[in-house]
Write a new protein. Structure first.
Length: 316
């Protein structure tokens, strides 16, 4: 009886490894896809770096994401689907997740991640037409559809002990440059509402961070230029003459004072003294009668003198 019990116990001990082996053999009867973040890396094409994880980039850099897919076996994996996520948020760091799956894999899917650190908050986007399937020597097997970052792409079967790479390119967003400040003196309009007086008006442009500060009028007569925050002013000259009127507009541009002027902000004005009219002879009716009377009297006197001299000659 004791001998029978000993044999039964020994057989039980022998059966345990057999069961464990059978369980392990069943567990690896399917193919697998090796996981681990070491299999998903990023290369900065712009900076020509090595593949790393995590990786670094600047705005406008172009990157290449690559994932290593390895099936240690023992079975081939059928219709392997690969999909990659790309965060759309603007951030200084984002993580992409690559997931490879097959219905006869054990487990059916494997995911790994790659992190990109950016020098400034930017977004990243997939570059159309760049998805490829490569062999273990990084030779091209085929170009893949652009759906790798959407619903995923099917790369076909992955045999036992086979290594393949899936890669695609990503563009870091380029921020639009800030518009340059615009500040110009567009026109100086001058009118002459009265003698020796002008009305000056300045037109300007201030955009993209530039703001109007003041305008300096120079009236061209040697007087002290007038600086004012009013774009319209009047001025009266002390003397008649021709004067050059100019305007210089000052702006606040990013904390600095900048000025603008030009030919359109200069005008010439001229004032001529009025002339005194010459006094004319009064030729009214009274003067005409007086003149006629004087001429008549003078004629009578001359006639009398001539008559006397003629009579005196006749007597002789």
């Amino acid at each position: 009886m004791k001998r029978f019990a000993f044999i039964a116990a020994a057989m039980a001990l022998i059966a345990i490894p057999v069961m464990l082996f059978a369980t392990q053999a069943f567990a690896v009867s399917e193919g697998q896809i090796n996981g681990g973040n070491v299999n998903y890396k990023i290369k900065n094409l712009t900076q020509n770096t090595a593949y790393t994880n995590p990786a670094s980039a600047n705005a406008c850099d172009e990157l290449e994401y690559t994932a290593l897919l390895y099936n240690p076996g023992p079975s081939a994996l059928n219709d392997v689907t690969v999909v990659a996520t790309l965060p759309i948020a603007v951030a200084t760091s984002n993580t992409s997740t690559m997931t490879a799956s097959s219905e006869n894999a054990d487990p059916t899917s494997t995911s790994f991640s790659a992190t990109l650190n950016l020098s400034s908050a930017q977004s990243v986007s997939y570059v159309n037409g760049t998805a490829q399937l490569l062999n273990s020597s990084t030779g091209l097997i085929e170009n893949l559809p652009d759906g790798i970052t959407q619903g995923g792409v099917n790369i076909g079967d992955l045999g036992p002990s086979v290594t393949e790479f899936v890669q695609f390119e990503v563009q870091v967003s380029c921020p639009k440059p800030a518009p340059q400040p615009v500040y110009t003196c567009n026109a100086l309009n001058v009118t002459e509402p009265a003698t020796k007086q002008i009305q000056a008006d300045v037109q300007y442009t201030a955009e993209n961070g530039a703001t109007f500060k003041d305008v300096t009028y120079n009236f061209g007569d040697g007087s002290t230029p007038l600086t004012t925050t009013n774009t319209s002013t009047s001025y009266t000259y002390a003397q008649y003459g021709t004067y050059n009127v100019t305007a210089v507009v000052a702006f606040d541009v990013n904390g600095n004072t900048e000025t603008a002027t030009g030919p359109t902000c200069a005008k010439t004005v001229s004032f001529v003294a009025p002339t005194t009219p010459t006094q004319l002879v009064n030729t009214g009716p009274g003067d005409v009668i007086g003149l006629f009377g004087a001429v008549t009297v003078a004629g009578a006197v001359l006639h009398r003198l001539f008559s006397r001299r003629f009579a005196h000659r006749s007597v002789k």
